[in-house]
Ligand binder design. Sequence first.
Ligand code: 7GP
Length: 829
Amino acid sequence: RGGETRVGVENMFGLMDRFLKSDPSSLQKDILDHVEYTVARSRFSFDDFEAYQALAHSVRDRLIERWHDTQLHFKKKDPKRIYFLSMEFLMGRSLSNSAINLGIRDQYADALKELGFEFEVLAEQEGDAALGNGGLARLSACQMDSLATMDYPAWGYGLRYQYGLFRQVILDGYQHEQPDYWLNFGNPWEIERVHVTYPVKFYGTVEDENFNGGKRKVWLPGETVEAVAYDNPIPGHGTRNTITLRLWAAKPSDQIDMESYNTGDYINAVVNRQRAETISSVLFPDDRSYQGKELRLKQQYFFVSASLQDIIRRFKDSHSNFDDFHEKVALQLNDTHPSLAIAEVMRVLVDEEHLDWNRAWDIVCKIFSFTTHTVLPEGLEKVPVDLLESLLPRHLQIIYDINFDYIEELKKKIGLDYDRLSRMSIVEDGAIKSIRMANLAIVCSHTVNGVSRVHSELLKTRVFKDFYELWPHKFDYKTNGVTQRRWIVVSNPSLSALISKWLGTEAWIRDVDLLAGLQEQAANADLHEEWRMVRKVNKMRLAEYIEAMSGVKVSVSAMFDVQIKRIHEYKRQLLNILGIVHRYDCIKNMEKSDRTKVVPRVCIIGGKAAPGYEIARKIIKLCNAVAEKINNDPDVGDLLKLVFIPDYNVSVAELVIPGADLSQHISTAGHEASGTGSMKFLMNGCLLLATEDGSTVEIIEEIGKDNMFLFGAKMHEVPALREKGPALKVPLQFARVVRMVRDGYFGFQDYFESLCDKVEGGNDFYLLGYDFQSYLEAQAAADKAFVDQEKWTRMSILSTAGSGRFSSDRTIEEYAEKTWGIEPCRCPF
Ligand code: 7GP
C-alpha cells in the first residue's frame, strides 16, 4: 500500500482525547449509535446481548484511540521492546476489565441505567476467551495487564485458535468435552488486520547454492500458509498506554498453485487450500505433554515465524542493519513452546539477511530469555528428529549446527564425560532420536527463569543441574504474580471499594504494596463488620450460582472450602475428596447430639481434566459420586455439602474466589512450580490450606504460618518417603476411606478400582496416604479457627494485607529490570 496521509505526530498528540467523549450522555448516544449501525438493531428495541455488543463496540472505540496513540508514541521513541511469545493466553472476558482500566466503568453504568440496562448483567453476556489451558496461560494474561499498566513497550504474540479450551459438560458425573467455538457470536475485542499478513513455509528441501564464491543453504519449501494478524488492544490502568496482543490465524496462501487448478480438479484444489486453516483451528487441551504431534509443531512454527517476520519488519522500518538489534529487541520464550524461534532467528539472519553465522549467533545469545513453568519431566518437550526434518528441514540443520558448536565448547569445559555430554546435548539419541526443546532454550538464552524460589532451586539441583553447574549466572527466578486489577477490582468490586475506603486511596490499584496498610486495621471492629458483610454478599452470590448450576442448596453460614484448578494427580484433588469422605464417615458415625459440634462445610471442587488423562477423569467422577451420596443423605443435612462446579474457567474463578473462605493448594511438595490461584484467593481475603510447595513457601514469609493452615511432607522428605514403597506407614483412617470407595460405597466399584490402586500398595507416588493424617489435622485447625469469627476475620484481613508481593506488577518489574533490560515508555496525556 502507500500513499497514506500522516498527520504529524506532534499534532496528533495535541488532538488526543478530543475525539471521543466519555460523559454519560455521550456514552449513551454512542451505545445507541452502535445498536443502530454496528449491531443493526433498532435503537428502540434490542435485547441484553445486543446491548452488550453495542457497549463492547463503544468501549472498543476508546481502546482503539488510545492504542493508536500508544503505537505512535512507541514508534516515535523507538525504545527497546519486549516481545512476549506464548502459545497460550487465557484472557477471559474483556468488557469490565477494559472499562475499568479506561477509568469509565461507572460512567457507562450510569449511561446504561437510564437506558434500562445494568452494566453487570451485560458483562455476563460475554463469553470467555479461553485460548489457553491453565496456570501458564492465565499468567500470560496477568502479565499483559501489568506490562500495559506499567507503560512497558511490550507486544504479546500468540495464536488465534478458532476453538479455545473445550467446554466441560458433566453427564452422570462424567466429564464430556464440547468444542468451544468462541467466535460464533463475533469478537468485538479484536481487530482483524487483513494487511498484516506473512507467508509461513513448511516442508520441502534444502539445497546448496553458490553465493559470493562460496556455498549457502537455500530452503525450498513445499507448502505456504498465510498468517493474518488479529490485534487485541490491552489497556493499562491509570495510563493511556494500550499495548497489543497480536494473535495469528492461518489462511490459505494467496499464491495460487496454477498446477492444481489446471488439472481441472478445481473443487479439490480449493478444499486442499482450505486445509491450511486447520493450523490455528484448535488449542491442544493437554497442559503437559503433546510429544510427537505434527499439528502441534506446525502451530509452534506458524506463530513463531509470523511473529518474527513482524518483529524484524518493525525493526527494519527504522534501522538499516542489525548492529542494534539486541539493543532494541528482547524475546521472551514462555516455556519451551516457542523455542523454535531460536532456530528461526538464526535462519533469517544467516539465510535471508546474509549475516555471518557467528555474528548471528552472537545476536541470538543476547536477545532470548526463557521461563519454564513445570518441574514434571513430561512437561519438557521433545520433538522427534524425523518430524522436524520433514516439516522444517532447514531448522533441523541449524539446530544440529548449534549443537555441534556447543558440544565442542562443552568438551573443552567439562572434558570427555560422555554421560554428561549426552545428557546436556540438544539432540537425544534414544530409540526415537529427538530434539530437547528445553536444552535448546537453555543453551541459547541469556537467562533461564523459574517461577518461584523453590522452583528455581529444583531447576538448579535437579531438572537442569548440569546446566546450572556450567552456567550458574544464567539461572534466576521471578516469583509469579497475578493482577489485582482483574482479581480484586473487576471480580470483587465491593471488597475493592472497602479497601479504598479504609486505605483512604485507590492508589493500591497501581501500587499494590499499599495493601499492607490494612495490617494496622486488622483488629478494628468496624472494619471487621464491613469486611464480613462484603464476604457474606459474595458468598450469597456464589450460593445462588451453585444452586443454579447443580441444584444443590447451600447455607452461607457454612465454611466455603474451595479447590479449583486443572485436575492432576500431583495437585491431589483425590486427597481432598478422600478427606471429605472421612468427614462424612465421621458425621455418620457420631452420636446425634455430637453433630451440633460439627462446623458446617460446603466443599467446592472445579477443574478440567485433559481428555486423554484417564485418572484425572476418574477423579472427577469420584467427586460427583461422593457428592451424590452426601448431598442426599438426610443424616448430614447442612453439615456437609460437596459440589463439583462444571466448566471451570476465568469467569467462574471471578465468581468463586471472592466467595471462598478457605482454599486448598495441596500438591505433593516439590511438584507445583509456583501456583497462582493461591495468590488470587489471598488477595480476596480467603485463607489458605496448603503444603509447603511452589509459591506457598514465599506466601508463608509474607503472611506468617499462623495465618494459614499448613501440612504435609516437606520437599526434602519426599524422595526418602517414596523409597519406602509399601513399607510406608499409612494411617488407618486412610485405609478406611479408600476401602469405602473400593467396596462400592459410592457405586461404580469397578471404575474406581484403578484409582484406588494408584494410592495403595506402594503405588502412592504422590503420598496421599502419608500426608492424610496431617491433612486432617490442618482441616481441624481450620474448623476451629472458623468458629472464632473474630480471629477468622483478622486472618482474612491479614491475608489481603500480605498479598502485595504477589502482584504481577512486581514480577514484571523484575523481568523488565533484570532480564529484559527495558524501560517504561509512557504515552503523554
Ligand atoms: C503452570 C504450573 O503448573 C504452575 O505451578 C504455575 O504457577 C503456572 O504454570 C505459571 O507459572 N504450568 C502450566 O500451566 C503448564 O502448562 C506446562 O506447564 C509447561
